[in-house]
Design a protein around this ligand. Sequence first.
Ligand SMILES: NC(=O)c1ccc[n+]([C@@H]2O[C@H](COP(=O)([O-])OP(=O)(O)OC[C@H]3O[C@@H](n4cnc5c(N)ncnc54)[C@H](OP(=O)(O)O)[C@@H]3O)[C@@H](O)[C@H]2O)c1
Length: 262
Amino acid sequence: MIAISAASGALGRLVISHLRSRAEVVAVVRDPERAPEGVPVRHGDYDDPASLREAFDGADRLLLISSPELDPTRRIRQHLAAVAAAKDVGVGAIVFTSFLGADTVATGMTEAYHATEQAILDSGLPYTLLRHPFYSDAFVPQVSSGEITSSTGGRSLNTAFRSDLAEAAANVLTGEGHWGQAYDFTGSLWSYPEVARALEVTYREVPDAVPGPMSWISAQVRAGALERQTPDLERVLGRPAETVISHVLDRHAPQVLQRRRL
Ligand SMILES: NC(=O)c1ccc[n+]([C@@H]2O[C@H](COP(=O)([O-])OP(=O)(O)OC[C@H]3O[C@@H](n4cnc5c(N)ncnc54)[C@H](OP(=O)(O)O)[C@@H]3O)[C@@H](O)[C@H]2O)c1
C-alpha cells in the first residue's frame, strides 16, 4: 500500500490520479472532507503525531509531501513528526518532496527541507529524495496589453510543472532502483523574453513589484540562481518534461495565428 500525505493539495491529487490504476493507494489528509475521491482516506495531521502513526501504519511506501507551513520552526516540527511516525510504524520506504539546494543550504527557504532530509537519512528507512524546483504553474507569463513584463533581467528559470513532478513521484513510488537516490529535478530552461518572442509580443523589463516572495524570487532569477539543469526529471519521467514555452504556445496558438494574419 502506498500512503500519500497532504493528499488533498494540488500535488497530492495529481500523484493520486497517476497511481490510482497502478497501485493500492491511501490518501492521508488532515480534513477528510477535502480528500480526493475514489481512494481510501485516513486522517493524518502534521501537527498530530498520533494521527500520523495511525495513518502510515501498514504502508509499504510513503510519499511525504512537504507542508505549506511558512514558519520554519513549525514546519520542521511537522516534517520530523511525520518521519518519526514513519519510522515508528515501520513504513517500507519514504519518498520526500524536498527542494533544490536542500542538501547544501540549511537556512532560509531550504531550512526545513534540509532538516527533513537529515532526519530521513538518520531514520535508516529506505528513501528517495525528490528535490523540486519552483513550480512552473506559478510563473506562466501572462500577456497583458500586448506585452509580457518581468523583473527577471532576461535570465533563465529551471521551473517544472506540478503535473510532471507528480508523474515522476508516481514513477518512483511504483518503480525499482530509486532507493537511496536524491534527484535534483529541473525543467528545461526558459526565460520571459523567449516566451515573448515565441508569442510574437513585446517584452519589457519592469522594476520589482512590492517586496515579498515573488520579488525575492525575481532577485534570485536575476542572479542566475535558477539556471542549473540536471537530467534527473527527464530520466525519471522517461520523456522530456513539458516546457513553459510549449505550454504557453498551446494556450495562445489562436492569438499568435491571428497576429500573423494582421
Ligand atoms: N516548489 C514550489 O514552487 C512549491 C510551490 C508551492 C508549494 N510547494 C510545497 O509543495 C507542497 C505541495 O504543493 P501543493 O501545490 O500541493 O500545495 P497545496 O495545494 O497548497 O496543498 C498543501 C497541502 O498540505 C496540507 N496541509 C496543510 N497543513 C497540514 C497539516 N498540518 N497536516 C497535514 N496536511 C497539511 C493541505 O491540507 P488542507 O487541504 O487540509 O489544507 C494540502 O493538502 C506544499 O505544501 C509546499 O510545501 C512548493
